[in-house]
Design a protein around this ligand. Structure first.
Ligand code: ACO
Length: 429
């Protein structure tokens, strides 16, 4: 809290109120409006929370204007270059980079929890083979609450950390099991001699009949993608996890709600939607037509992978993923006409007044799908990849909220329905 104040005056009643200003370490200052309803009798109206900070957090910082993203103070570019996903997970959970011993213990903790209960497999088996994997993920992760509910004391920080680590550890196992159910393959068990991303790829693609060697290129690319997707402050899915968690709900249920929120095409579902869109465009010659559709107010079509609520100049994650997409395709020795198409779409959109004036730039998901596709991940699994990575952010934010003891999240509304009226019996209507 700073000493500065902003005075708000209600010209109708003549009453004034001094609103304190909250300043964080970095970023825009916020007005503390708590006293507004009790003093001036007003709530604030902010659909979509475009101007509202819902919490104080020490985890992730974004400057949308400058294209800055930092986890616990470390620039995303440095973490992408030098760190690993599991080290970033430790950083987000604990607040500091680990020492060598701390990291060894953490790796062991995560490895220890990679297996899933055998009964959970029969739950997965209950889904139809063509169920969307995000629907399966939401259901299966939520069901973990039924497995661990009795043993969980929400007041105990060790229990909370255990739940967080369990989710980070089990998410790849569950994701791979969902994929294999769709393929009709037997479930693969985790191999704890492999690192986090290698293990995930092994569980996804190994088959009992032949040896499977995890590609180093793929594991490295996944590690980068997971780092870049690990957290993004109070986005829709993280806010969902916090809101559900604020009721005291079981953390597995809170994360399942986060998975559901992530699935939407305006959020994490955009990576799948980008590929669907590129397929629909089909050829470079048709890019102009789709740009025109995106600009047409009467057409609901939007350029998927373009625009961001916070980034209004560039998404630093997109810059890193764009570079990685080229590297991966080059290292794999493959070309993908969709990458060429994506490039052309980006080139034309970035020169177009509509996109320039609305500050619409490619976001993190514009290029991630191209990498996932090159690495053999089916389109319907793209958002699941995002969910595996974002689990780290969700549980870190949930832990922080539990430590601080935030009150239940409960927004207000502007009621615009019918005024009070009397009930009319059906025969008189
Ligand atoms: N294509 C065409 N026009 C767009 C696009 C787009 N992708 N995104 C925004 N606009 C236009 C809107 O029509 C609106 O125009 P108007 O002012 O004339 O009405 C203006 O830009 C502002 O759009 P809003 O929806 O109000 O912006 P908001 O900040 O609420 O939405 C969002 C951001 C949801 C990401 C939006 O840009 C979008 O739908 N993008 C496509 C989906 C996508 O890529 N989502 C992934 C986001 S990143 C992530 O979640 C990991």
């Amino acid at each position: 809290m700073s000493d500065q104040r902003v005075t708000v005056t209600d010209e109708t009643s003549g009453k004034s109120l001094e609103l304190p200003i909250i300043k964080g370490t970095d970023g825009e200052p916020c007005l503390q409006i708590k006293a507004l309803p009790s003093t001036l009798g007003y709530f604030t109206y902010d659909p979509g929370y475009t101007a509202t900070a819902s919490c104080t957090s020490k985890i992730t910082f974004i400057d949308g204007g400058k294209g800055i993203l930092r986890y616990r103070g470390y620039p995303i570019e440095q973490l992408a270059e030098n760190s690993s996903f599991l080290e970033v997970a430790y950083l987000l959970l604990e607040g500091e980079l680990p020492t060598a011993d701390e990291f060894k213990d953490f790796q062991q903790d995560i490895t220890y929890h990679t297996m899933i209960h055998e009964r959970l497999k029969s739950f997965i088996g209950g889904f139809h083979y063509d169920a969307h994997p995000m629907a399966m993920m939401a259901g299966v992760v939520g069901s973990l609450a039924a497995f661990y509910h009795d043993k969980m004391d929400m007041e105990n920080p060790e229990h909370r950390m255990l739940a967080a680590k369990r989710m980070i550890a089990k998410m790849p196992t569950i994701a791979a099991a969902c994929y294999r159910h769709h393929m009709g393959w037997p479930t693969a068990y985790p191999n704890n001699s492999l690192n986090y991303t290698e293990n995930f790829l092994d569980m996804m693609f190994s088959v009992p009949t032949e040896e499977y060697k995890v590609s180093k290129v793929a594991a490295k690319a996944f590690d980068l993608l997971f780092i870049l997707h690990a957290d993004h402050e109070q986005n829709a899915s993280t806010s969902t996890v916090r809101l559900v968690g604020s009721t005291g709900a079981n953390p597995y249920a809170s994360v399942a709600a986060g998975i559901s929120a992530l699935w939407g095409p305006a959020h994490g579902g955009a990576n799948e939607a980008v590929l669907t869109m590129l397929d629909e465009i089909g050829d470079v010659s048709r890019v102009g037509k789709f740009i025109d559709r995106a600009k047409d107010k009467n057409d609901p079509f939007r350029l998927m992978g373009f625009g961001h609520r916070v980034y209004k100049n560039f998404d630093p994650r997109a810059t890193l993923i764009r570079k990685a997409a080229y590297e991966v395709l080059e290292e794999l020795g493959t070309t993908d006409p969709l990458l060429e198409l994506a490039m052309e779409l980006e080139r034309i959109a970035l020169q177009d007044d509509y996109f320039i004036s609305k500050k619409l730039y490619p976001n993190v998901d514009f290029y991630s799908g191209i990498i996932y596709k090159a690495l053999g991940i089916p389109t319907s699994m793209f958002t699941v990849m995002f969910a595996i990575a974002r689990t780290v952010g969700w549980v870190s934010q949930w832990l922080e909220q539990e430590e601080v003891g935030t009150p239940i999240g409960r927004p207000r509304q502007v009621y615009a329905g019918a005024p009070e009226r009397d009930y009319i019996p059906v025969q008189s209507r």
